[in-house]
Design a protein around this ligand. Sequence first.
Ligand SMILES: [Zn+2]
Length: 376
Amino acid sequence: MILPALILTTLFLPYQGQAAKTNQPTTVEKQVRAGDTIFSILRRLGFQQSHLSQIIENESLYKRITLIPRQVYFLKESNGKTEVLFLSDLTDRTVTFFKKGDQAGVASEKEDFETEVGRVTGWVRGSLVASIQNIVPSKKLAYRFLDAYVFDYKVQKQLQRNARFHMVFEKKFLDGKLVKYGEVLETGLEIKGDYVVRKFLPFADGGSFVDEQKPFLDRPFFAPVNYVRVSSLYQPYRFHPVKRRRMAHLGMDFELEQGKPIFSVGHGTIVKFGRNRAAGRYVVVKHPNGLTSYYNHMSSVQDFEINQTVSAGALLGTIGCTGYCTKPHLHFAIKKHGKFVDPITYIRPYAFTQRHNVEQLLSKAASDSKSQTAIK
Ligand SMILES: [Zn+2]
């Protein structure tokens, strides 16, 4: 009878040891409630009016936080200091509100989380997005996975039941607690009998999934943004989230942080720019190959003149949410002979400004395969 008791004690000891430690910061996960504002959250967590008036002095640091019901934020308490931490899926910056005694403030910092790399393998049962989320509970990662294939596959149509997949991704920890998923670093997916692997290539201020076997050099245009994250594709019919009715989506959406640069996808002339109710601030560029490119919902547009020439990669303006828009993004479209076409088949998965990074990768891959052949 003594032996089982001894085992139990040994098993429980480590937990008792942890609980006994004092002054250890405790990090608690919280969720945004419907109707919440930053200030309603802070009041609920014990911030007084005098704290809030100190915080409002630095409004520029937190005015870009968008609150979505059930979004997660973190409450950290140690040595009488209260910190409320907001993370963003789109940036690696955190915003922290804090108070200690009468003092309060807000700080925006680059994330300082411990990162671990995770790897999962699975088989598609039902939709790909659902199959990924069954293994890793992250909508963000599941949709990010699709970005790796969106430029050359119609994954929804071409995927077979029981197709194999794998994903390598970042997990971020704060005080030993998983607080966020980072970038998808590698994907693999069985499509029509081939196992297609894609690697994430990070650029300064961006990155994209680039396949060294498939650089898309034959495509006429480059991507209009540095960080290539596609939130909506060209669809002849879809339910419009703002107008709440079915209507065509005649372009594709890139989801990015407000203020990020938007580039001309190719050489051309500015034929139109301005602001209207639906498109918000927009620019239209006519290209010599008979194609015209459209850029909508911008927060700012460069100071152009009509018929002004722009080169490939020229700055057109910045990401915003003007016009019919619920979240900062770029609506990008292409017209061919006056008709909208699916833009994703005309652009490469990287911006003109990043072409040297991609060329470097390609020449490295070419020399690697040469030296491998030489060894054989
Ligand atoms: Zn759109």
